[in-house]
Design a protein around this ligand. Structure first.
Ligand code: GDP
Ligand code: ZN
Length: 374
C-alpha cells in the first residue's frame, strides 16, 4: 500500500489557512468521502487502527456524527468533498464540529416545501460532463449540465464517450465545442482506451466530479480510470471485493495518478438545478448580442430592435440554441420562485402572455402559418 497523505486528498495551504481558527482546539481537519443519513465518513490524519500495513498510511477513515452541532439548514449538512473540523475525542465516536468554507458547491433544488437547495458535493475543481456519442447528441441537455457546472464554481470539461462506435467524430466535437465555450472536450473510448491518458492527465491533482445521464458510460469510465492503478500498483486485487472495499464504499475516489474523483449517485441524475449563474457563460454569444438590443433589459421575446431575435432571424444564432437558452432561463427563474407562490403564479401568467406574443409575431413573419413558437 502506498503512503496516502492528507495532501493527496486535496489538502493545501489555503485549506490550512481556513483551518487556522480551529487550531489548538483539539479538532483535526478531515475530508468527507461519503455521507450516509446524518453520519459521514471522513479521512483524517493518522494511521489506521489495526492497519495491516503497519501504520504506513498517513490517513485513516472515521465515521462521524454531524447532527448535534450543525443546524437544520440542509446547506450546512456535510456533503462529499467537504473539508471539516472533526472532534475525534468523544467516547461515543467522532463528531463533525464545523465545515470549512466551500470553494465550489453543487446544489440541487429540493422539491419539498423546504426551499433551501441541498448541497450534493463540495469543493469540486472540475465538473466532468460525460456525453455518449452512441446516441444522438442532445445539445440542450449538455447546455443544462454546463450551466450547472459553471454556477457551481467548478470548471466544466466535456467527455465524449464511446468514440469507438463512431467512425468520424470531427463534427460532433465541433458541435460540442460550440455549445460549451470555455469547456475543453475529451473524446474517449473505454473499449479501445483512446483518449483516456489525456483525460487522466487533466484530472491529476484536482478534485473532479462526474456528471451525465445514465447509460453514457460513467461507471465504465470510472473503472477505466481506476483500473490503471491496479496495473501500475502491482498485483491485481482479489476478486472477493475486499481489496476494492475502499473504492466501492466511497463517493470520493483517489485516482492512481493523483487527483480525486467524486462519483455520487445524487450528482448523476440531474433534475432541476440551480444553474442560473452559469447561463451567461454557456450562452456568452447571446449575452453579447443582447448588449445590442434597443432596451437594456430586453428579454428577447417580441421587443422592437432586439439584436438576439434579429440574429435568430438571419441565422447567425440557431433556433435550437436560442430555444435552449430561453428554456434554461425559464427553468432557473422557476426554481428561484419556488418558495414564493405569488411570484410563481405571476411568472406563469407572464410566460403564457409572452409565449402568445412571441407566437403571434413569429406567425406574422411566417405569413400566419401555424407553427410552434421558437
Ligand atoms: P453509466 O450509467 O453512465 O454509468 O454507464 P455505464 O458505464 O454503465 O455504461 C453503459 C453501457 O455503455 C454499458 O453497456 C457499457 O459497456 C457501455 N460502454 C461504456 N463505455 C463504452 C465505450 O467506450 N465504448 C462502448 N462501445 N461501450 C461503452
Ligand atoms: Zn433582445
Amino acid at each position: 500500500m502506498t503512503r496516502v497523505t492528507l495532501p493527496a486528498y486535496g489538502w493545501d495551504s489555503d485549506w490550512a489557512d481556513a483551518f487556522v481558527p480551529y487550531e489548538g482546539t483539539g479538532l483535526v481537519p478531515g475530508r468527507v468521502v461519503r455521507v450516509d443519513r446524518g453520519r459521514c465518513e471522513l479521512v483524517v490524519e493518522g494511521a489506521e487502527v489495526g492497519d495491516a500495513t503497519g501504520g504506513e498510511a498517513a490517513v485513516r477513515t472515521v465515521r462521524a456524527d454531524t447532527e448535534p452541532v450543525l443546524g437544520s439548514d440542509p446547506r450546512d449538512t456535510p456533503c462529499t468533498g467537504d473539508w471539516a473540523a472533526v472532534d475525534t475525542a468523544p467516547a461515543s465516536g467522532p463528531v463533525v464540529r464545523a465545515l470549512l468554507p466551500r470553494r465550489t458547491r453543487f446544489t440541487r433544488s429540493t422539491s419539498s416545501a423546504r426551499s433551501e437547495g441541498q448541497v450534493l458535493a463540495a469543493n469540486i475543481d472540475l465538473a466532468v460532463i460525460a456525453v455518449s456519442l452512441a446516441v444522438e447528441l442532445d445539445l440542450g441537455r449538455l447546455e443544462r449540465f454546463l450551466s450547472l457546472a459553471w454556477s457551481s464554481g467548478a470548471q466544466p470539461v466535456v467527455v465524449l464517450t464511446k468514440t469507438d462506435l463512431v467512425p468520424d467524430i470531427t463534427h460532433l466535437v465541433s458541435d460540442v465545442e460550440q455549445a460549451g465555450p470555455g469547456a475543453a472536450v475529451f473524446p474517449v473510448s473505454a473499449v479501445s482506451g483512446a483518449g483516456l491518458d489525456a483525460l487522466a492527465a487533466e484530472l491529476t491533482g484536482r478534485t473532479s466530479a462526474l456528471l451525465g445521464q445514465s447509460g453514457v458510460g460513467k461507471s465504465t469510465l470510472v473503472n477505466a480510470l481506476l483500473g490503471v492503478e491496479e496495473q501500475e500498483a502491482g498485483p491485481v486485487r482479489g476478486s472477493d471485493g475486499k481489496g476494492r472495499h475502499t473504492t466501492t464504499t466511497r463517493d470520493l475516489l483517489l485516482l492512481p495518478r493523483g487527483g480525486l474523483l467524486i462519483d455520487t449517485p445524487g450528482l448523476r441524475g440531474v433534475g432541476l438545478w440551480e444553474a442560473n449563474d452559469g447561463l451567461s457563460q454557456v450562452f456568452a454569444e447571446i449575452e453579447e448580442l443582447a448588449a445590442h438590443c434597443r432596451f437594456h433589459d430586453c428579454e428577447h421575446h417580441a421587443e422592437p430592435d432586439c439584436a438576439v431575435l434579429a440574429a435568430v432571424e438571419d441565422g447567425t444564432l440557431s433556433h435550437r440554441r436560442f430555444e435552449s437558452y430561453r428554456k434554461l432561463l425559464r427553468e432557473s427563474a422557476w426554481i428561484a420562485s419556488r418558495t414564493d407562490a405569488r411570484l410563481r403564479a405571476e411568472l406563469s401568467r407572464e410566460w403564457k402572455r409572452r409565449e402568445a406574443a412571441g407566437r403571434e409575431m413569429y406567425e406574422r413573419k411566417r405569413g400566419g402559418k401555424h407553427r410552434k413558437a421558437f
